[in-house]
Design a protein around this ligand. Structure first.
Ligand code: ZN
Ligand code: ZN
Length: 171
């Protein structure tokens, strides 16, 4: 598949790489229909964030269709169209139980930083049941993409202390 790969400061490449596979039973694989860029994507590129390892696929925002589900995924199935949450969360750690999902010890802001992200033809999403929402196939792509990060983060930042499911950036 093709993916946008971070290669280090000032260097990204749209190039061929391995397709992701299910690793954990809670994983899903999503075929990306569209993705958006975020300020957080530019920080490693600009050399302002050295926590992202070279050869990581960039991006944490996207919409697509599920092509595979792990054995313990309950609420999703192949062919479901989903918006990917920018915050991966397990729903069982102490931070998730307090609904501070960005601090999830098993997830958090890891897409495109600690694990391969959404700027690719396919992406592996851990804790699929918690980390995506289903999107109607009738919704146009530009609108659907707003649900990945733009709308929830904007909503939280404008209306403080809102208990939004994805983007509680601080407790
Ligand atoms: Zn973002
Ligand atoms: Zn958690």
């Amino acid at each position: 598949m093709k993916a946008l790969i971070f290669k280090g400061k000032d260097k990204i490449e749209w190039t061929e790489t391995m397709e992701p596979v299910i690793i954990e039973p809670t994983d899903i694989i999503v075929k990306i229909e569209g993705f958006t860029f975020s300020h957080a994507d530019y920080r490693p590129y600009l050399g302002q964030d050295d926590s992202v390892a070279p050869d990581t696929i960039m991006g944490h925002e996207g919409v697509g269709v599920i092509t595979a589900v792990g054995g313990s995924v309950i609420n999703l199935q192949v062919s479901d169209r989903v918006a990917i949450g920018c915050i991966i969360h397990c729903n069982i750690c102490q931070w998730c139980l307090r609904k501070t999902f960005a601090k999830c010890v098993n997830g958090g802001f890891i897409l495109g930083t600690k694990i391969n992200g959404t700027h690719a033809e396919f992406v592996r999403i851990p804790y699929g049941d918690n980390s995506v929402i289903k999107i109607s196939s009738a919704m146009n792509l530009a609108d659907a993409l707003m649900f990945s990060d733009v709308l929830p983060t904007g909503y939280e930042n404008v209306i403080k202390k809102v208990d939004f499911r994805w983007c509680i950036w601080s407790s």
